[in-house]
Design a protein around this ligand. Sequence first.
Ligand code: 13P
Ligand code: SF4
Length: 349
Amino acid sequence: MYMNANTPRDAARAELAANYDLAPSLAAAKATSELYARVSRVIPEVDWARHAPYILAIQKLKAEKDAVILAHNYMTPEIFHGVGDVSGDSLQLAIAATRVSQQTIVQCGVHFMAETSKILNPAKTVLIPDSRAGCSLASSITAADIAKMRADYPGAEVVSYVNTTAAVKAASDICCTSSNALRIVDSRPGDTVIMTPDGYLAQNVAKESKKRIVYWEGACIVHEQFTPEEIRAFREDNPGIKIIAHPECPPDVIAEADFSGSTNGMINWVRKHRPEKVVMVTECSMSDNVASELPEVEFVRPCTICPHMKRISLEGILWALHSGTEEVLVEDALLDPARRAVERMIALG
Ligand code: 13P
Ligand code: SF4
């Protein structure tokens, strides 16, 4: 496990071991049995005895350091259910970041999410347990690319997915997430809207939008892997199965699905419809997190992992709280324009 840029992993581990009782413990598992009840379908008891000491240490430090943990839906269940104070999709986490009272935010998600929290709360400390947790979409585009697209399509507004760096947000007119992209695009003036950086999300929105959409051809390394053949195979192998997919998937995959929505949209769909069998065409941990809650639903699980999200671990969270690193900072000059783009999105609901 990487701890942060300045502390070698072994040194950080030794410091944690010297300060906290982190050995696997049945007593710690018992002390957290209420939390374990939420995840017992997906985490074996023996593993929980390994997680529980970390969970207890993190809970104690959170209170001592006036910290809150924002956990994305792709976090593993011991993080999502064990230590997350607020969980949700990108939009919900951004909104939560504007409302939390604690002085420190520990972002359990990828770097652009932590930057969004910092942009919305410049006076707070925002920590990320592993600053290498990137995103193939965020790294696919720069502010200079946005300037070039503006020059190619004069007058068109730029709608950028929140999966972007602060510099790209600052160069955009407004942000969107997968849960509000259509509404945001349709709210823009003019006939043409520039969407960045997810080409598939843009094409999926274009099918329903009244605007002409021109887009950047970035892609999510997780969702671009799914194919329509694979979706059809799920149906053939599992008669009656419901298939729900994230809009970062290619349009021919979305066309085969029963529903498409943000990570939280997908969770809510399963909660509402309670299908006998479902496949969530998205990152692997989503099914684990919802399966814990809905024992009557059978989840067919394509195990497609986001390597960036999976950099976040209980050990890394404990280290972030213990050491106060790694702090996420955003250049002063970018703060106001980036915040304007995010706040305009939030204001549109
Ligand atoms: P959501 O906003 O739907 O949570 O998506 C974020 C993300 O990174 C999905 O890959
Ligand atoms: Fe980025 Fe895709 Fe990972 Fe989401 S799942 S953080 S879009 S690489």
